[in-house]
Design a protein around this ligand. Structure first.
Ligand code: AMP
Ligand code: MG
Length: 344
């Protein structure tokens, strides 16, 4: 475990490996650094001088680092680690952490508990099972499940977070990336960038004057695109089992857990949420992965300002792409997927 957290900490160290400060004819600048467990964070901005953009990147990288210091449960001394370690006592948390916990509570409510950031004990149980190559038994699942439940989280008047049950842990993995993208996009705008995109491993927060063309990864063919979306503004976040899963025995298990059963979600192959910002799109994408395609298709149209693109396998074993009706005009699938588009 110690070795694992060390590797994680090392990976989490933000390292700029590519710093492309060149500008193209349209005044577009682009830079990349690695953060959040080693994913590439790509920053694109227009109307910035070389010196300004260099400073932008430095500021953004530091901002991500600081937010990880608040949100990551794998970092000693982070607000979330402190809250998790405090047991039943209430811990004062930063403005950012209070905000994200409140937002998480909102999505817990909206999704009938499918999105639940107190899923930590179950995430750990299934990680441990994967390490040992042995399925957890029903008793262990039940024990972990009894320590999960957003209803046992309280935020008091002094902005302290209290986990009311022994052994509870908060895991912001399903929402923090979106929140970090939004924070970075807002920072860049504040610094004077008029338009641009922040992209962390395919999850995207554009800012400023649109429209923006955003690629959606092909869940079946790594490195290829399912298609491109053109949107005026908002956040686009993808969730699904195709990228992160564990194998126990011969079966693949998602890293997304259904808190209601304690079992890994029979995740959708991929779900992309287009929302007003990346934070909410991130939470909803994780929730829809848990809920499955039918529930997703009935929930999304009831949510104002949210749309989704879902890849499913039908009973005949064929892959289909389902998208919100009002996205159909804005999405262009790559030729191999073109025939499979359906709307809801
Ligand atoms: P994402 O890639 O955004 O779908 O987030 C997946 C991560 O969210 C997992 O690696 C866990 O850290 C966390 N997580 C897993 N299951 C849930 C759930 N049901 N609700 C909220 N977060 C979850
Ligand atoms: Mg998510």
């Amino acid at each position: 475990m110690k070795k694992k957290s060390l590797i994680f900490a090392l990976l989490a160290v933000v390292v700029i490996v590519v710093l492309n400060l060149a500008v193209d004819r349209e005044g577009r600048r682009e830079g990349v650094f690695f953060a959040m467990g080693g994913i590439p964070v790509r920053v694109v901005a227009y109307d910035r001088t070389r010196a300004q953009f260099r400073e932008d990147l430095r500021a953004v990288e530091m901002r991500v680092e600081r937010l990880e210091d608040e949100y990551s449960r794998y970092r000693d001394g982070s607000d979330i680690s402190d809250i998790n370690r405090a047991g039943a006592s209430c811990i004062e948390a930063s403005h950012d952490v209070i905000g994200i916990v409140k937002r998480s509570e909102h999505w817990w409510n909206m999704t009938g508990g499918a999105f639940d950031v107190t899923v930590g004990p179950l995430v750990d149980l299934w990680k441990d099972a994967a390490d040992k190559g042995k399925l957890p038994d029903a008793r262990d699942i039940e024990a972990a499940r009894s320590r999960v439940g957003m209803r046992h989280v309280r935020i008091d008047d002094a902005d302290r977070v209290c986990l009311m049950k022994d052994g509870m842990t908060i895991d912001l993995g399903g929402i923090a990336k979106g929140a970090i993208l939004d924070a970075v996009a807002a920072d860049l705008e504040k610094r004077g960038a008029k338009r641009g995109i922040v992209d962390a491993g395919g999850d995207v927060a554009p800012f400023g004057q649109g429209p923006f063309t955003i690629g959606i990864q092909d869940p079946l063919n790594k490195g290829e695109l399912l298609g491109v979306l053109t949107i005026p503004a908002g956040g686009v976040v993808t969730s699904g089992e195709y990228e992160r899963y564990v194998t126990i025995g011969k079966k693949r298990y998602s890293h997304i857990i259904d808190p209601r059963t304690g079992m890994p979600a029979e995740s959708l192959i991929s779900v992309t949420v287009v929302g007003p910002n990346a934070t909410d799109a991130d939470a909803l994408a994780t929730a829809l992965s848990v809920m499955g395609s039918e529930a997703a298709i009935s929930l999304v149209p009831t949510l104002e300002n949210f749309r989704a693109v879902i890849v499913v396998r039908n009973e005949a074993g064929e892959y289909e792409v389902w998208c919100s009706a009002d996205l159909a005009e804005l999405i262009e699938l790559t030729p191999s997927w073109e025939g499979s588009l359906k709307t809801f």
